[in-house]
Design a protein around this ligand. Sequence first.
Ligand SMILES: *Cc1c(COP(=O)(O)O)cnc(C)c1O
Length: 327
Amino acid sequence: MGLDRLPRQPLGCWPTPVQPLDRLSAHLGGPKLWVKRDDLAGLAFGGNKTRKLEFLVGEALARGCDTLLTAGAAQSNHCRQTAAAAARCGLACHLALGGEAPQEADGNLLLDHLLGAQIHWCGAHRKGEDLPTLADRLSRAGRRPCVVPYGGSSALGAAGLAAGLRELQAQALRPTHIVFASSSGGTHAGLLAGRALAGLPTEIWGIRIDKEEAPDRPFQAEVAELARSCAERLGLPADPGLSEVRLFEDWLGRGYGVVGAAEREAVGLAARLEGLLLDPVYTGRAFAGLLDLIRRGAFRPEDRVLFWHTGGTPALFPYRRELLQQD
Ligand SMILES: *Cc1c(COP(=O)(O)O)cnc(C)c1O
């Protein structure tokens, strides 16, 4: 099978646990809930990018690259996991981060520094607009850079989540729905490709986190295209199910990374009822969406709903003020 033939650099601790959320399920009076703990993926506080990076770094090493180069927001979990992967593999790491250097590094940014990444502040460019220029500069300085795409979301990166779905299948939980935070689309695409690979009937429901999209291509089309190209990489025949992208966008709030009452409630509820830490930007917002879907009656009582915890917990600390605010 295609998945096993791709070069893959081991970085995480697999399988990540699947745990029941019985107290939350009872509190909500809805379907039974479980969580897939990719926040425990094992590489420098974990997260879903570790799955993508196993394939992206596998290819970078096969190509003889000596430097990883990627981009994101100042509190990017993807950048932190890329920096950790580079350190693990003896590669240099350059990060193109949006915004300006803050007075004090906190959360993921603190970890980027500890992990030895070199940081380039890029102002309004938080999605990799400056990567080609930086790659050029590194090449001219004699380095062999590998550009890791924004969010690790390419056909190859998405293969990591297809592998994740296969891992879940071996854990013998048969969820009717998988719900997760969707931002650059690779997670959604990989889960769709993985579902096609496994031939599962599971609903794959993405909760959209970031409303920005390319002017010429709506996000839904982007995810469908990524899913198709990932499936092709895995040697799957064209699957009609891949173009059916279920995305919910009612919880975009006041924009990416703006924490409000909904995120506060979700983070607080998971923490107090389950001892489970979500993050304020991604999993907190996605879980707020899940709570809302349950309250609106989107599930039947007999449904089995798996929340895929995609990580991000280091961002709890820089968001301390927003998280403790009284509503
Ligand atoms: C990157 C990220 C996501 C979104 O994954 P995509 O593949 O970019 O859609 C969700 N949660 C966390 C914590 C992330 O860091």
